[in-house]
Write a protein that binds this ligand. Structure first.
Ligand code: MTE
Ligand code: MO
Length: 263
């Protein structure tokens, strides 16, 4: 249920947004209302009435679509089941080679050195000390073979290992009632996620790929791996994370990609 599916369409796509909003609204309607609704065509104007996102004279379509996207975030948040697990796969199904993707080419992959590296921890947490990689490797680890889905139209199965992120958040005394966890990366990437997903049992602070330390192209020294979210929500080369109640947005999210980004 993602509003904005195309990377090369920086402006939000009205048809996609309407189709998506329609699905969303239908789900929340009584059956009788749904029949009427399906008979009539849905327009941006109609949508604005239904969602309470009014299109005033000086508010452009872009702004309305943005508000619909935020409504979509809220609905996805409500629909997200913190106990439902994403599918896992046998190792024989791993996609080889696993695709590389970033907002730049593979020849520009950021090289982060292990020496001197410390994962910065900030915001609503009790213990803000920075973590070295050996310290993170000493915590209990978990492996998963899951599917990564990119909005650019490909998906691939991979194997990641690392620290269950919920364990890490509890360990650092994070405010688990806060709304967001944000991430800053070694490139100009940044993103943020909802706390329910941060605490999901399959959300991993991934230190390995296919049993080896995460190679630079897949995000050394670490990435956040979430099989319940689309590829762009999974930050690579994490340098800092913070817990906050202030909406942090993200690299693609600020350009119109849906923020919740669940798959
Ligand atoms: N730091 C950083 N993280 C990132 C990106 C990026 O450009 N920079 N791209 C995202 C997107 S759109 C995808 S599909 C995945 C690709 O991860 P992979 O190279 O391991 O396949 O990384 C995500 N995380
Ligand atoms: Mo992606």
């Amino acid at each position: 249920m993602n509003l904005f599916k195309r990377r090369d369409a920086p402006k939000v796509d009205a048809d996609l947004a309407i189709a998506d909003a329609r699905k969303l609204l239908e789900r929340r309607m009584a059956p009788a209302a749904r029949r009427n609704f399906l008979r009539g065509g849905l327009t941006l104007g109609g949508l604005s009435l239904l969602t309470g996102c009014s299109i005033s004279d000086n508010e452009d379509v872009e702004a309305v679509l943005h508000r619909i996207s935020r409504l979509n975030d809220q609905a996805q948040g409500w629909l997200f089941d913190p106990n439902r697990l994403a599918p896992t796969y046998p190792e024989s199904m791993i996609t080889r080679p696993f695709p590389f993707n970033a907002y730049y080419g593979e020849d520009e992959v950021r090289i982060v050195k292990e020496e001197g590296y410390r994962l910065e921890v900030a915001g609503l947490v009790a213990d803000r000390h920075g973590w070295t990689l050996p310290e993170l490797r000493a915590l209990a680890q978990q492996d998963q073979v899951t599917r990564h889905i990119c909005v650019e139209g490909w998906s691939a199965i991979g194997k990641w290992g690392g620290v269950p992120f919920g364990d890490f958040l509890r360990r650092i005394g994070a405010d688990l009632g806060a709304k967001y966890v944000g991430f800053k990366c070694a490139d100009d990437y940044h993103t943020s996620i909802d706390m329910a997903t941060a605490l999901h049992p399959q959300t991993l602070l991934a230190l390995t790929y296919d049993g080896e330390p995460l190679p630079p192209k897949y995000g050394f020294p670490m990435k956040l791996r979430m099989p319940t979210k689309l590829g762009y929500k999974n930050p690579k080369h994490i340098m800092a994370m913070f817990v906050t109640n202030t909406y942090p947005g993200g690299y693609w999210e600020d350009q119109g990609y849906n923020w919740f980004g669940g798959s």
